[in-house]
Design a protein around this ligand. Structure first.
Ligand code: SAM
Ligand code: SF4
Length: 322
């Protein structure tokens, strides 16, 4: 979709917009399933990049304790716990600018992936910049999807990051697409960007070929010590509008209500699900920030009668119609 089409959708009366996005959602996704993904930080803090929102950047004093790459057995313990709690996707994140084939840390990550992929969950990793060789090896090891967010519009990106470019992000995404791994790519709202920046981001995402399989929409978690520590949260209805337009622009993608969900009311989350969100990050911790408790999430999904994918009902049952 182009920017003008997205803008036309976005500027409709809210109820007209969410009625349309609901119809698109029902057309492409059978039932009311909300996928639960669990996220584990396998290497924390000390990152060379200066992403202005990120508590893991070494450029800012955020009080975050650095942790080396997690041993494979600890990763497996966390993955098994996530599966026992009902997660059907396990995402491992590392605070790296990127990673190269032939390094011991890359080999260790591959080993962890090989083991985790035996557990029957979708496996997602987010390791920063990679090229075609790394992408191929990750795919061979059992990765389902590679997460690499574009975060905002190409125009606003340089206001947020100076140590790499928007084009660098796209280069990694192209390598992932070429390898056959699915692309998980989305962004953050509340960085100080305009509504048009959010739509420009969606324009870029909706023109990916192939389209991203998964689109996380993060709400900025304003981290003390980062340049964006004082950013005010975005309004819930702006978030709902964006989710609805995302559903319309990318009808077959998992739209993930990602970071910042702890700040949303249950009613706000329900509206996001109605508008087209169909996945949450689940578990008490989200890389380095708090997330709603797993019990509270289970209770909310039950109350909303959103059938939860259980282990005996794996993600393969989801339907994407053409
Ligand atoms: N270093 C890798 C990278 O940048 O691709 C992977 C880890 S990074 C933490 C993954 C994503 O988390 C970022 O692209 C961003 O969208 C999201 N994120 C990080 N800090 C955030 C925050 N404070 N609030 C909301 N989202 C955040
Ligand atoms: Fe590093 Fe990723 Fe955080 Fe940027 S978002 S500082 S690349 S961990």
């Amino acid at each position: 979709m182009n920017f003008a089409d997205l803008k036309r959708l976005y500027d409709q009366p809210l109820f007209d917009l969410i009625s349309q996005s609901r119809a698109a959602h029902l057309q492409h996704w059978r039932g009311e399933q909300v996928q639960r993904c669990s996220l584990l930080s396998i290497k924390t803090g000390g990152c060379s990049e200066d992403c202005a929102y990120c508590a893991q950047s070494a450029h800012y004093s955020t009080g975050l304790e650095r942790e080396d790459l997690m041993p494979v057995d600890e990763i497996m313990t966390a993955a098994k716990r996530a599966r026992a709690q009902g997660a059907t996707r396990f995402c491992m994140g590392a605070a790296w600018r990127g990673v190269r084939e032939g390094t011991p840390k890359f080999e260790q990550v591959l080993e962890a992936i090989r083991e985790v992929s035996q557990l029957g969950m979708e496996v997602c990793v987010t390791l920063g910049q990679i090229g075609p060789n790394e992408a191929r090896r990750l795919k061979e090891a059992g990765v389902t999807a590679y997460n690499h967010n574009i975060d905002t519009s190409p125009e606003f990106y340089p206001e947020i990051v100076s140590t790499h470019t928007f084009a660098d992000r796209l280069t990694t995404i192209a390598a992932v697409q070429e390898s056959g791994m699915s692309v998980c790519c989305g962004g953050i709202v509340g960085l100080g960007e305009s509504p048009n920046d959010r739509l420009r981001m969606l324009e870029v995402l909706s023109n990916f070929d192939p389209a991203p399989e998964s689109v996380p929409i993060n709400c900025l978690m304003a981290m003390p010590g980062t340049p964006l520590a004082e950013q005010p949260p975005i309004d819930i209805f702006d978030l709902v509008r964006l989710i609805a337009v995302t559903r319309l622009a990318l009808p077959k993608a998992r739209v993930r209500l990602a970071a910042g969900r702890a700040r949303l009311s249950r009613e706000g989350q329900a509206l996001c699900f109605f508008a087209g969100a169909n996945s949450i990050f689940y578990g008490d911790k989200l890389l380095t920030a708090e997330n709603p408790a797993a019990d509270a999430d289970r209770a909310l999904l039950r109350q909303l009668d959103l059938a939860v994918e259980a282990e005996e009902n794996p993600p393969a049952v989801r339907e994407i119609s053409d």
